[in-house]
Write a protein that binds this ligand. Structure first.
Ligand code: SF4
Length: 350
């Protein structure tokens, strides 16, 4: 059996963002790199908590999990890891995080072409430097996808949508493991938000929506997804509506991906799981409060972005500075149900 050894000229390293939603938004960059370099091997360096998302991208050959602690420099570890990267041999590196420490790695590894934004004044470390100097930040997909081409001052082109893929066998396994049925409607809720409480739609609204769904579709399986940090709010939703399946903190991210891919619809705060659903092209109801619904909108063919667009929004604060949280409290479950019913009622979700 012959083994094809890729030369460094054919190896590309992408250093992924540290957040799930941003990693999904970076996916079109991978599509463009594969289109422009069809022979290339593309490795992605990512933290362990983001790695399952990268593994669902068909353009990625290998996901290298970063051994670094979040937020720390760990210079000695970086030199050690750079040595491994040097041995693998890369022709180019695309550095998506804007921090100095991630730009250090490809420079330490001797990778000749190092593409990224100026970020933390990374002169010398990044040698194909892009600038995002517009007063309004680019939408996230364009921000990352622009790195596939030479730097330009005015970005007018359009980019492909993020897309993720997993196999039917993976979905079957997770449905079996979780005791869910492929024959009954599956609706995922993502009530969490890493960023802070202000981005959370209220527990009572999620619970009311769940009850309404179950009145109309008694066989629906409503699944609550999220990280260990979301367990408390998900347990509160379950306390108010015991028929929901509380999986936050119980399922791993790769299992959550499979459930989302199998779902008939997803109702989500502005969070990473929203963008995963969107990249699987599942019907999505995205609920925005203090964030801008136009900054990183869902890309599904069927997507509803709900925002009251109050005068105080988008404040982008972790906690409501006005104390009333009207952007979420006044967006009641009936408004979300109307959009969801339009999806479920037409059968377009199946
Ligand atoms: S200030 Fe306005 S947009 Fe910001 S959290 Fe409060 S209600 Fe929402």
């Amino acid at each position: 059996m012959s083994v094809v050894v890729q030369s460094p000229a054919n190896r590309i390293l992408v250093i992924a963002p540290n957040w799930i939603g941003d990693a999904v938004m970076a996916q079109p960059l991978l599509q463009l790199l594969k289109r422009d370099h069809p022979e290339a091997v593309i490795d992605v360096l990512a933290p362990a908590w983001v790695a399952p998302v990268l593994r669902a991208m068909v353009e990625v050959d290998m996901v290298l999990e970063t051994p670094f602690k979040h937020g720390s420099l760990q210079l000695r570890e970086r030199w050690r890891y750079a040595k491994i990267l040097r041995q693998r041999g890369y022709a180019a590196a695309y550095v998506l995080p804007n921090t100095l420490k991630f730009a250090l790695l490809p420079w330490m590894a001797g990778i000749k072409k190092r593409v990224g934004y100026k970020g933390e004044s990374r002169y010398g470390l990044i040698n194909v430097m892009h600038h995002d100097s517009r007063p309004v930040p680019r939408a996230m997909v364009a921000f990352y996808a622009a790195l596939a081409s030479a730097p330009v001052s005015d970005l007018t082109q359009s980019f492909p949508k993020p897309r993720l893929q997993i196999t039917p066998a993976q979905i079957d396994t997770v449905l079996q493991d979780t005791g869910l049925s492929a024959k009954q409607p599956l609706i995922c809720f993502a009530p969490g938000a890493e960023f802070g409480n202000a981005k959370r739609w209220p527990v009572s609204h999620f619970a009311e929506l769940a009850k309404t769904i179950l009145q109309v579709y008694p066989d629906a399986q409503i699944v609550l997804l999220g990280s260990p940090k979301d367990v408390e709010v998900c347990q509160q939703i379950q306390a108010a509506c015991p028929a929901v399946h509380q999986f936050a903190g119980k399922t791993k991210l790769d299992q959550a991906l499979a459930l989302i891919a199998a779902s008939n619809a997803m109702v989500s705060n502005d969070s990473g799981l929203l963008h995963i659903a969107s990249a699987f092209n599942r019907p999505v109801i995205a609920i925005y409060g203090p964030t801008d619904p136009d900054h990183a909108p869902p890309f599904s063919d069927i997507a509803h972005s709900l925002s009251l667009r109050l005068a105080c929004a988008p404040c982008k604060q972790r906690e409501c500075p006005l104390g009333h949280h009207d952007c979420m409290n006044k967006l009641d479950s009936h408004m979300v149900w109307q959009s969801l019913q339009a999806i479920l009622g037409t059968g377009t979700a199946t």
